[in-house]
Write a protein that binds this ligand. Structure first.
Ligand code: URA
Length: 208
């Protein structure tokens, strides 16, 4: 499993702004999208390309295009929606597969309450979107679901990841690579990332 940590100055700068306590909903929302766009650039760097010849303005010209599998993005409700526009800016034709989970308070395990995936998932690369990789429970449940649907190439994009969540992912799905703007210190006792961003869903949607 590879963990790519965004080292671009723009990623660092934008994530730094997102950590400020009094950030407005508008700024947090815009920055989520902007960081997601920059992470998408990195996550798509290794896609295979193929050459073909097309008719150009001055005759035949060799061009390069993305080869093989098409992409589906998979925002995890609800906070993952805050990264969607940034990713679609770069991959406008991607199909969107949406999943939602809640946490069972007795078992503390994620329970699926919504899923609507694109067609022919076995032919697609899945790009999971969630601002925070915390305990990893929801992420693992999402990957289980995507693999059951036939996906063989899955990647994850996160604004911030916790070492605990990364370790759990490595154990359960070592074939999934992740891209994040930062690996933070640790989780607190209620599963929030420190120093983290706080509740990313509330900050994107302006709720409390
Ligand atoms: N979800 C969040 O929104 N923030 C965290 O720190 C962890 C999970």
């Amino acid at each position: 499993m590879a963990v790519f940590v965004g080292d671009h100055p723009l990623i660092k700068h934008k994530l730094g702004l997102m950590r400020k306590k009094d950030i407005s909903t508008k700024d947090f929302r815009e920055l989520s999208s902007e960081v997601a766009r920059l992470l998408t650039y990195e996550a798509t760097k290794h896609l295979a390309t193929e050459k073909k010849t097309v008719e150009g303005w001055a005759g035949p010209v060799e061009i390069e295009g993305i080869k093989g599998k098409k992409i589906t993005i998979v925002p995890i409700l609800r906070a993952g929606l805050g990264m969607m526009d940034g990713v679609l800016d770069l991959i406008p034709s991607a199909k969107v597969s949406v999943v939602g989970f809640y946490r069972d308070e007795q078992t503390l395990t994620p329970v699926q309450y919504y899923v609507k995936t694109a067609s022919a998932m076995e032919e697609r690369i899945a790009l999971i979107l969630d601002p925070m990789l915390a305990t990893g429970g929801t992420l693992i449940a999402t990957i289980d679901l995507l693999k059951q649907a036939g996906c063989t190439k899955i990647m994850g994009l996160f604004l911030v990841a916790a070492p605990e969540g990364i370790a759990r992912l490595e154990e359960k799905h070592p074939d999934v690579d992740i891209y994040t703007a930062s690996v933070d210190e640790r989780l607190n006792e209620v599963g929030y990332i420190l120093p983290g961003l706080g509740d990313a869903g509330d900050k994107i949607f302006g709720t409390k």
